[in-house]
Design a protein. Structure first.
Length: 413
């Protein structure tokens, strides 16, 4: 007997709330340490470069781990992998509050990074198998938005806790929050479904089971998935340029005051978050997610090009950049829906793990490129590079892709 629409909505809301809470914490934890760098520098008598190395090592291992974690999700199920990752992150962040040396912090945050690697493969596998397909675009958008919210709230929260108590208490409390969230998640296991195709015994049945490791690697190296990897790489490189160099580029290129340039970045990020939610609505009303992404990127690229090449008054420039941020956000749910549609049943974890590794690689590569053009005294190339990355991303989206047995059909059957 099918559930009534009202019950279905309540069930989807509960599932989305649980998974998004974990995603919120995963992004929150990634930004618990950087706000404390000015304290940890004197606490452990180390350089900022040494503290930055903590993030580099952690993020690099997280990127590498996402691919095998994706295979693990498809093999044993997303629920246990997701819960394990959340426990690892929470425990490591909490234990950093007791660290006596820099090396202990490095080791704990590195292990936390490995814990972080589970969230994209596991979350998308659960959402794909659990959420009503007609609401999938909005579900993906809320899930992505929750991660942005975690990143936005982490610095202020950690500094507040460190001010009220101290940095050790701040990290311990943050870790305890994660363990409480893990308890909530575990209590809802029966509501969460996995995108796992059970192994079968007979030869005939084995043919409909999930792909093995060899077939899984062939899938990841297929044309559609490699194009999505490149798409995630380009979108991440664009976003990294905005986060790291938008402020300095506006100051150097348009002589914008520091406070106003910082406010412009804030406006861009808020608009991007709003665009994610709006894009989720659009994604549920169209099957042409490639066009949604391509059109939004095209508009954003044109707006960024105006900022690079035109002489605008500062007020109009802020409006243009805020609109560009809105368009960037609209891309995200369409991006996730396209990957979902290209992923055969039982392969959601490995596919999202693979393309998310592209996103992590983009975050590592592009800051050096943007920094290089700034060092050359060419701040306009910060914007031109963003446009180039978006144009390549549009090309990957609009390139014809052969069918790959994806998830466009109802995956809850």
């Amino acid at each position: 007997m099918e559930a009534s629409p009202a019950i279905s909505v309540r069930q989807d809301t509960k599932i989305l709330g649980v998974v998004s809470a974990g995603h919120f914490l995963s992004h929150f934890y990634l930004l618990t340490l950087p706000p404390l760098f000015f304290i940890l520098k004197s606490e452990f008598a180390v350089s900022y470069a040494a503290l930055g190395a903590i993030l580099t090592v952690s993020f690099a291992l997280s990127a590498v781990a996402q691919i095998p974690v994706g295979f693990l999700v498809d093999r044993i199920g997303a629920r246990i992998v997701l819960t394990t990752g959340l426990v690892i992150m929470a425990v490591c962040i909490g234990l950093m509050g007791f660290a006596a040396t820099y090396w202990q912090v490095l080791i704990l945050f590195t292990i936390a990074g490995i814990g972080h690697s589970v969230f994209h493969p596991a979350d998308y596998a659960i959402l794909t198998a659990s959420i009503e397909p007609s609401r999938m675009g909005r579900a993906f958008s809320i899930h992505t938005f929750s991660g942005h919210l975690g990143s936005a709230l982490a610095p202020a929260t950690v500094i507040f806790l460190a001010t009220v108590w101290n940095w050790r208490a701040a990290l311990f409390i943050a870790g305890a929050m994660g363990l409480v969230a893990t308890g909530v998640l575990a209590s809802q296991w029966n509501s969460l479904r996995d995108d796992v195709v059970p192994a079968k015994n007979t030869e005939a049945e084995t043919q409909v089971s999930g792909p093995g490791p060899k077939d899984g690697m062939a899938l990841l190296l297929s044309k559609p998935i490699l194009l999505f990897f490149l798409f995630f790489l380009m979108t991440s490189m664009t976003a990294s340029g905005v986060h790291a160099f938008l402020v300095v580029a506006l100051i150097e290129l348009h002589d914008m005051p520091l406070a106003l340039a910082s406010a412009t970045l804030t406006g861009y990020l808020i608009a991007s978050a709003a665009g994610i939610l709006l894009g989720g609505v659009f994604a549920d009303r169209t099957t042409r997610h490639d066009l949604q992404a391509a059109l939004a990127f095209t508009v954003s690229a044109l707006l960024i090009l105006v900022v690079a090449a035109a002489s605008l008054n500062l007020g109009l420039m802020i409006v243009v950049l805020v609109l560009a941020g809105l368009m960037q956000g609209i891309v995200r749910p369409a991006r996730d829906m396209m990957v979902r549609g290209a992923s055969p049943k039982g392969s959601m974890g490995k596919v999202f793990g693979f393309v998310s590794a592209g996103m992590a690689a983009g975050s590592a590569i592009s800051p050096m490129m943007f920094g290089f053009v700034m060092d050359l005294g060419r701040p306009e190339w910060v914007f031109y590079l963003m446009v180039i990355f978006m144009v390549v991303a549009i090309g990957t989206v609009m390139t014809p892709k052969e069918p790959s047995g994806g998830a466009a059909a109802d995956r809850r059957s």
